[in-house]
Design a protein around this ligand. Structure first.
Ligand SMILES: C[S@@+](CC[C@H](N)C(=O)[O-])C[C@H]1O[C@@H](n2cnc3c(N)ncnc32)[C@H](O)[C@@H]1O
Length: 195
């Protein structure tokens, strides 16, 4: 994950902050957040999803593989006492959470069904999953496909994959944000799964 480590200091552009805010809003709109919730953000990067949601839940644990991303978040997080961070892989997590969220991470993980299974296992009973990522795209989103394992996702694939590992309900909310890049539009979805 050298790429993200090197990009960390310049990650928080106006566009990415806007994206994080829109995804956080979509999460808050579609899920009943409350002060009893312990939340995990996997691949949290610099915490663009975390910061807007910290005052709505009990705690947020941000994990990432890129130490420099976490350094940027730790510098922002000094004034929050319900934020913790950890340099680790989602597959190494052994606590359970009421809500697991992420933004733009799933397409960087090779085995989606294995990830779906791990996320299901890492939720408390009735826990909720909220994953934002790219809808199906033509491969033009990334400049290099090194470390990119999916060119976005179709609703059918998401529903099938997450229902298969045990989620009792899976809903895909489309167009929660559109990334505009190289004269093209890349819409994002929010997958909501209920354990
Ligand atoms: C495209 S960035 C998104 C960062 C942030 N979520 C955002 O929306 O601004 C993807 C992040 O996922 C992290 N990542 C990739 N695979 C991971 C894994 N298996 N476990 C934890 N973090 C991972 C990367 O280090 C990187 O910081």
């Amino acid at each position: 994950m050298d790429k993200f480590n090197n990009q960390a200091k310049k990650w928080d552009t106006e566009e990415k902050i806007k994206r994080g805010n829109s995804i956080s809003k979509a999460i808050a709109k579609n899920i009943n957040l409350n002060k009893q919730m312990n939340v995990l953000d996997f691949g949290c990067g610099t915490g663009l999803l975390i910061i807007p949601l910290l005052d709505k839940v009990k705690s947020i644990h941000g994990i990432d593989l890129a130490p420099n991303m976490l350094k940027v978040l730790d510098n922002k997080g000094e004034k929050y006492n319900n934020l913790t961070t950890e340099l680790t892989n989602i597959f190494e997590i052994d606590s359970k959470f009421n809500l697991i969220m992420s933004s733009m991470v799933m397409h960087h993980i090779e085995d989606t069904p294995k990830l779906a299974e791990k996320l299901y296992d890492s939720l408390e009973p009735n826990g909720i999953l909220a994953i934002a990522d790219l809808s199906k795209e033509d491969g033009s989103f990334h400049d290099s496909l090194d470390g990119v394992y999916s060119l976005g996702y179709s609703n059918d694939y998401l529903e099938e994959t997450f229902l298969k590992v045990g989620f009792k309900e899976v809903k895909v909310v489309e167009n929660i944000f559109t990334i505009e890049k190289k004269d093209k539009k890349y819409p994002l979805f929010l997958l909501i799964g209920t354990k």
